[in-house]
Design a protein around this ligand. Structure first.
Ligand code: NAD
Length: 321
């Protein structure tokens, strides 16, 4: 199979991640079949697709005339056979459970051709285990998106023990062909790349707040108006390359190491969040939301709208939209 053979994609599981994948694939002019287990879930997915598409139109990513064309590219079904039989690429976004995902593997494999690629959106389950009882485990990959997948370009591709390198390469080129930025993990790692990076930072947020150094609101402000602005443009290593001036990144590390080592010795290294932190974080977020004007989001709905509007502007600057 080649990338050009992928004309129809099946989205199995149509919740927060599945609906957004379906919208993205339809925006990229692929035919999409959305599968879920009941009408309620399918109706919700259709509503969410419509709302997110209108948001894209409002932000000039696509225009009003394309609305129906994109919506009509997506069909919905409760029948797994109808969903997967003609799809050459299947995106599984069912709940994060080995039991559910392994059962789905059996159902999907009953109705697909052997070369169809099956990509799981799992946030951290092992592909080796998900594909353990599969007839063709070589065509299973993990393809971890970032929420919302119709906007965030990153896809972390993971392999199981039996995944074929050809499948990984084909999947990678497929994602590139539709404007995604795939990275392939060379080894299975819990949390993949980005969740590990996020949690390394968030462990430090937790520690600073619990020690009384700063509030949740100020930690967020420090990231948003400090390093977060630079990270929206380039990764931390390139940021440090510039920070090193003529000495480059290695010069910066050598120059600052005596000081950095003092901070590292003082920084958090706990292996689980303190029990009380969930409540502290909740209270801190509520306080932060109270202090924000509506136009930059001060409840979950307006915050998500503001996030998407800003993401779209940034993605336009990156030539990703
Ligand atoms: N939410 C996130 O931020 C996020 C980010 C990246 C990856 N993921 C991963 O994506 C996957 C889906 O997560 P979500 O947040 O969309 O969950 P969700 O609960 O919003 O959606 C899950 C959907 O699966 C459906 N479902 C239930 N049983 C099913 C079955 N047997 N077959 C098919 N569909 C079934 C549900 O009806 C629901 O619509 C998980 O593996 C999760 O780890 C989530």
């Amino acid at each position: 199979m080649e990338v050009k053979d992928i004309k129809q994609v099946a989205c199995v599981g149509s919740g927060v991640i599945g609906y957004s994948w379906a919208l993205y694939m339809a925006l990229k002019k692929l035919d999409v079949i959305v599968y879920d287990i009941n009408d309620e879930a399918l109706n919700l997915a259709k509503d969410r697709i419509g709302i997110s598409l209108k948001q894209l139109i409002k932000n000039n990513v696509c225009n009003e005339e394309e609305y129906l064309e994109i919506m009509n590219r997506i069909t919905y079904t409760k029948d797994i056979q109808t969903a997967v039989k003609d799809a050459k690429f299947i995106i599984e976004s069912a709940p994060e459970s080995y039991e559910i995902k392994k059962n789905l593997v059996k159902e999907i494999e009953n109705y697909t051709s052997e070369d169809t690629i099956i990509a799981s959106s799992t946030s951290g389950l092992l592909i080796t285990e998900i594909a353990k009882d599969a007839k063709n485990p070589e065509r299973f990959i993990g393809a971890h998106p970032y929420n919302p997948p119709h906007l965030i370009p990153l896809v972390e591709i993971t392999k199981g023990e039996k995944t074929s390198q050809d499948v990984v390469s084909l999947a990678k080129y497929f994602y590139v062909s539709i404007g995604k930025e795939p990275v392939v993990l060379q080894k299975e790692a819990l949390g993949f790349i980005c969740n590990r990076l996020q949690m390394a930072l968030y462990r430090e947020v937790c520690d600073l707040v619990m020690r009384g150094v700063c509030s949740i609101e100020d930690a967020d402000k420090a990231v948003t108006f400090g390093p977060g602005l630079r990270w929206g443009i380039m990764g931390p290593s390139l940021v440090f390359e510039l920070g090193g001036g003529q000495g480059h990144i290695d010069g910066l590390i050598k120059h600052l190491s005596p000081s950095i080592n003092l901070w590292l010795n003082d920084m958090a290294d706990f292996k689980s969040f303190p029990d009380e932190f969930a409540t502290v974080a909740r209270d801190g977020v509520e306080e932060a939301l109270k202090n924000r004007p509506k136009e930059i989001g001060n409840d979950d709905e307006s915050l998500a709208e503001y996030r998407d509007k800003m993401l779209i502007e940034l993605l336009k600057l990156h030539n990703k939209l």
